[in-house]
Design a protein around this ligand. Structure first.
Ligand code: PLP
Ligand code: ZN
Length: 410
């Protein structure tokens, strides 16, 4: 059995093609490159049913992934995260069929591990010895750790106020770590220079073509977990937008394989009110976004003032009759606590933003009664220990909680 049916890289802007056996970054026209496959061969060699007996990781879809030799797979068991029904929360927002794809359960605690697993594996396959990337924290943590497993050196630059836990993950991997007093866009400029001066492999968002292939497995899994029936709406907390582009790519690929039928789900990009370039562009019906000045949000993973793949994100939204919506930080934190209380799931603020969005879109009637809705929780709440502020009663030693709270006990 052939491990992958990868064919070539292509440019979604100018249609130029490239070889997947060589190292490529952006197209000569400046656009990100996408991966294509030999669809006829996949159709002949792979059936949906074949998946039933495979391992519960994203590598179950290896024919649709770019790694050609299974010996190059660098895995920590990522993928096949649960798709959980959220009945109590759903009732609270009048969305009966509400599901959460929980990416808090992958190695490194965010879905970034998917992009890192496939991106680092392919980097290993094409002979990369040293990579560099800017990050808001979670991607850097995932790439540094997967690179460590692959024996690839990495250089990571992150904003000084990226979550400390991500800084520690990167440092513990043995990567070269630098902090910058600025945003991910500033880190990006420093990395771009380092890449040029030292001939490093640039693993920045969408500057290498394979991270998106890892992220697309979220879309493959949602379809498989729903029994190859697509939901009506999928919401995604959008920073660089790779996850959304990936899910869109996955669903189109499944359609071309004939594994799913009908209309694609309406894709919704959820952003933070103080960093919403995609939302602004969508509201103005533009095909590209503008740099968002002085962006800030506690949902660190979506603090991306200008995404390289913005035109692909907007295209995915337009093509599926989706929308884009901005959510303020306060509402995210309130929703995060509500989800813990109602469903016992402690999710990240980025993930919580998608549930606020569902609430708003249901209120406005954009989400209709009876529709099936899937929200992506992109990471574990425990990676953001300080977003929840609580006051806890302090007891004297040997105090009796029962006596103090008798009124509360039936
Ligand atoms: C990176 C990140 C996002 C945004 O992902 P993109 O695919 O780059 O848009 C969302 N949530 C979390 C927790 C992240 O780390
Ligand atoms: Zn091009």
């Amino acid at each position: 059995m052939k491990y992958s049916f990868v064919s070539h890289l292509f440019c979604p802007k100018c249609e130029k093609t490239y070889d997947t056996k060589e190292q490529h970054q952006l197209c000569s026209c400046g656009s990100p490159l996408l991966v294509d496959y030999h669809w006829d061969q996949i159709k002949e060699n792979l059936k949906r049913e074949d998946l039933l007996t495979r391992e519960p990781s994203l590598w179950r879809y290896h024919e649709l992934l770019p790694v050609e030799d299974s010996n190059n797979v660098v895995s920590l068991g990522e993928g096949m995260t649960p798709l959980i029904s959220m009945p109590t929360l759903g009732k609270d927002m009048s969305v009966e069929n509400l599901f959460m794809k929980d990416e808090g359960l992958v190695p490194t605690g965010t879905f970034k591990a998917r992009g890192a697993a496939v991106g680092v594996s392919k980097a290993k396959e094409i002979g990369v010895k040293e990579l560099a990337m800017p990050t808001n924290g979670n991607a850097g943590a995932a790439w540094a750790l997967y690179a460590a497993r692959a024996g690839i050196n990495s250089t990571i630059v992150m904003p000084v106020d990226a979550p400390v836990i991500t800084r520690n993950e990167v440092a513990s991997s043995g990567a070269k770590l630098y902090l910058v007093n600025g945003l991910i866009s500033d880190a990006g400029k420093i990395v771009a220079k380092a890449v040029k001066d030292n001939n490093l492999y640039d693993a920045s968002t969408l500057k290498e073509p394979y991270r998106i292939e890892g992220k697309k497995t979220m879309g493959l899994e949602i379809a498989e977990q729903m029994g190859w029936k697509m939901p009506d709406v999928i919401l995604y907390p959008t920073g660089g937008g790779v996850g959304l582009i990936g899910i869109y790519k996955a669903l189109k690929e499944l359609k071309s394989l004939g594994w799913v039928e009908g209309k694609l789900p309406r894709l919704v990009a959820v952003q933070a009110s103080n960093c919403a370039p995609i939302v602004k562009a969508w509201e103005e019906k533009k095909t590209e976004s503008e740099f968002w000045q002085d962006s800030s949000t506690l949902a660190f993973g979506i603090n991306v003032p200008k995404a390289l793949g913005d035109f692909l994100v907007l295209d995915a939204i337009y093509q599926t009759d989706g929308c884009a919506i901005a959510i303020d930080d306060q509402s995210m934190v309130e929703e995060q606590e509500k989800i813990s209380r109602l469903e016992g799931a402690f999710i990240c603020p980025e993930g919580a933003s998608t549930f606020v969005a569902i609430r708003r879109l249901r209120e406005s009637g954009w989400i209709k009664e009876g529709e099936t809705v899937v929200a992506l929780n992109t990471g574990a709440g425990i990676k953001y220990p300080d977003t929840v502020k609580v006051e806890v009663p302090m007891l004297e030693k040997e105090a009796s909680i029962y006596e103090d709270h008798k009124d509360l006990v039936k």
